[in-house]
Design a binder for this molecule. Structure first.
Ligand SMILES: NC(=O)c1ccc[n+]([C@@H]2O[C@H](COP(=O)([O-])OP(=O)(O)OC[C@H]3O[C@@H](n4cnc5c(N)ncnc54)[C@H](OP(=O)(O)O)[C@@H]3O)[C@@H](O)[C@H]2O)c1
Length: 382
């Protein structure tokens, strides 16, 4: 363990301060993370650890990382604030079942943490992670990238124009690249309950988190799904019902699958308008349909041309598509660097309580579908 917490980053020129990462895991998402770091000014990966030391070493060679380690503890000990190469933030990109353990270990050692989605497997784990961040007075955020995407910002801006919301259908369905390995008798974490895998934790987390982000915590959760022989779920539906507050009367249908591709996009509808998007993880093609899409400026055709709308009344359409640039994790990483440089302890856009709420919804859904993880049995926070 590292004895003293990492000092806050220098405040003299906060825009330029380096943000130095230690990476846990050397798999698919760690590669995406390295690609984003390579393009983010001031960001740098100083060290990496993985389950197999040789995988960590290979990742270090491939991405120009100076140091690799056989364990997280070794990495933390070597990169404390008084070391020659201090690390500021630990990026947890290990399988789902390790998120709580790796996050708490890093926080207790005095490091800030960015942890991949899903935040945790159980509410007990999620609450223990939040408590560890509070006690260590360190930054903690779940890497649910959607919160920082320009397309989700566009949804946030547009929803208030639509009036009371009634229905949303949020689709996250993509055939897993690990499905063939699973069918061939291997045991990839993505389909292994012992690793916290399955469609609810890996994919339903996107629509469920988006619903919580946009509409708040639902009052009721109703889930159905299908189990594979491994005990992980392959696909299913989670219905979120809002009975109280601003979202009262809204029903959100979250569909998810790791065994079939998506055949449709997502939408959010009020009584008169529908906001249609291509993908609920990172919306890019977005269109508002209905009266709210009509010219808002009162300038007739000229105003309509300016805001990209056409038609009138129920037939009106407004193209609200966004361009996104750069690597997949680029927007999220830029925000983490900004927050850590500013001394923040979390993100107001994606606060830890929203991550805990998503874990709670997914745990309720798992209980209804019959997906059990070892972490459910022991009740331990790690
Ligand atoms: N944000 C996104 O868009 C996104 C996309 C995909 C995945 N994810 C999330 O990222 C996480 C990893 O997914 P992935 O697809 O990258 O999986 P992956 O390709 O299987 O990689 C997982 C990595 O974790 C390492 N690992 C396993 N146990 C470990 C331990 N005890 N300590 C340290 N490292 C350990 C593995 O080590 P070895 O290679 O050494 O065996 C492997 O390198 C999951 O939580 C997943 O939900 C997020």
């Amino acid at each position: 363990m590292v004895a003293s917490p990492a000092p806050d980053l220098p405040s003299a020129d906060p825009q330029q301060a380096p943000v130095r990462f230690g990476v846990v895991g050397a798999g698919f998402i760690a590669r995406w993370f390295a690609e984003a770091v390579a393009q983010e000014p001031g960001a740098q990966i100083v060290a990496v650890t993985s389950a197999r030391a040789e995988r960590a070493a290979a990742f270090a060679r491939e991405h120009g990382v100076d140091s690799s380690y056989a364990s997280l503890t070794q990495m933390l000990q070597a990169h404390g604030p008084d070391s020659t190469q201090p690390v500021d933030v630990i990026y947890v990109g290990s399988p789902n079942s390790f998120h709580a353990e790796h996050t708490i270990t890093a926080l207790e050692a005095g490091f800030h943490v960015l942890v991949e989605k899903p935040f945790a497997l159980t509410v007990a784990q999620a609450q223990a992670m939040a408590q560890a961040a509070r006690e260590a007075d360190r930054f903690l955020m779940e890497a649910w990238l959607s919160a920082h995407e320009p397309g989700v910002a566009r949804l946030r801006e547009t929803l208030p124009r639509m009036g009371r919301l009634r229905r949303a259908v949020l689709v996250k369905e993509q055939r897993s690249s690990r499905l063939d390995a699973y069918r061939a008798g291997k045991n990839p974490p993505a389909f292994d309950p012992a690793a916290g895998g399955g469609s609810l934790m890996d994919l339903a987390v996107y629509p469920v988190s988006l619903a919580i982000h946009l509409f708040g915590t639902p009052d009721r959760v109703t889930a159905t799904g299908h189990l594979l022989d491994s005990g992980a779920d392959s696909h299913g539906t989670v219905v979120l019902t809002y009975d109280h507050g601003e979202s009262s009367g809204l029903e959100v249908v979250c569909t998810h699958s790791k065994t079939s591709p998506a055949g449709a996009g997502s939408f959010i509808a009020s009584e008169q308008d529908a906001l249609v998007m291509d993908d609920c993880q990172w919306p890019r093609r977005i269109e508002l349909r209905g009266p709210a899409a009509s010219d808002l400026s009162g300038e007739g055709d000229r105003g309509a041309a300016r805001n990209g709308s056409r038609g009138a009344g129920p037939q009106a359409r407004q193209d609200l598509s966004v361009d996104r640039h750069g690597p997949a994790l680029g927007y999220e990483l830029a925000e983490v660097c900004r927050l850590v440089r500013s001394g923040a302890r979390g993100s107001s856009l994606h606060p830890v309580y929203a991550s805990i709420a998503a874990v709670d919804v997914l745990a309720q859904a798992r209980a209804q579908v019959g997906v059990r993880f070892p972490a459910d049995e022991c009740g331990q926070p790690r």
